[in-house]
Design a protein around this ligand. Sequence first.
Ligand code: ZN
Length: 346
Amino acid sequence: MIGSRWFFGSVLALAMPLAAQAQVIGVPYDDGQRLPPQAPVLPPPPLPVLEGSPYVIYPVRGGTFMISGPSANVLVQVGLDGVLVVDTGPAGDAAGLLREIRRLSPRPIRYILNTNADADHVGGNVGLSGIGQDIGSGNERPDGVQGYGATPTLAHEQVMFRLLEEGASEGLPTLTYFVAQKDIFFNGEPVSLIYAPGHTGGDSLVMLRRSDVIAAGDIYTPDRYPELALDKGGSIAAYLASLNHLIALTIPEFNQQGGTFVVPGHGRLSDEGDIQDYRDMVTFIHDRVKAMVDRGMSLEQVQAARPSQDYDVRYSREAGDRFVAQIYTSLTQPPLADEATLEVPE
Ligand SMILES: [Zn+2]
């Protein structure tokens, strides 16, 4: 070994001029200069809105876009491989949504990912998957040929179970997962579905690792209180664990701003600081309700004490009462047999 290293070293010494050997690759650490503090890089402004369209397209980073409309947000990732869509809006809106997606890419829709089974997140599955193509199918499809389930649709298995329970026969996930995380690689980047229940028993975060963008589904909805669908496997404990998981995945760029961008299920594009505010709100209200439950107070007494009062100015008293009732019920009712449980590192 020593001999070969000596040989290799002397070949390098002969081949490279002295100046090149002294050159430092990258930024020298001892040049006495420091980079000035930088404001975070903010996303560009939204695209012009099409006439009559209810949708606004917000470029997020690289090939990722948030399509925001009257219903749940849609995250679209475009690239050489085609189009990946996270959530598809309500049924009956697929044509309008597709018109917006076509402004971003003419390529086939190769993947649909669903963050939960709510009608405003999966409704467009039928319309979008019918015109999409499996990545194994090549790039050509004869005119007029449509096929059910052409686009692979990924979601947690609880999404599939719930849609079947509700009697759905199309627009179902074609690939489901039941472990902590399901990974694919698309348009040059790792894409992970991360199990994060709480709103229901089948919520996923979708993380685009190179773009550094996460679709949070209804685990983070800054324009409203969380919706704990207790009859669908949701719970306040799992919701808080999933919010903390989301915070663990996001990394701010500067002064708690920028860095990882988060597309919420509903509401504005956010970064880690926004999610921490939201997590704090959910934690405060949970802790107040929990303290009252521990003192044996009834739901009526808890609601009369207004544990969400300081946030009701933002979201309305009616919504606060509903959220408090959901927390109360989640804390006092025995858990469903299949209630989601999740251990997340702090
Ligand atoms: Zn939703």
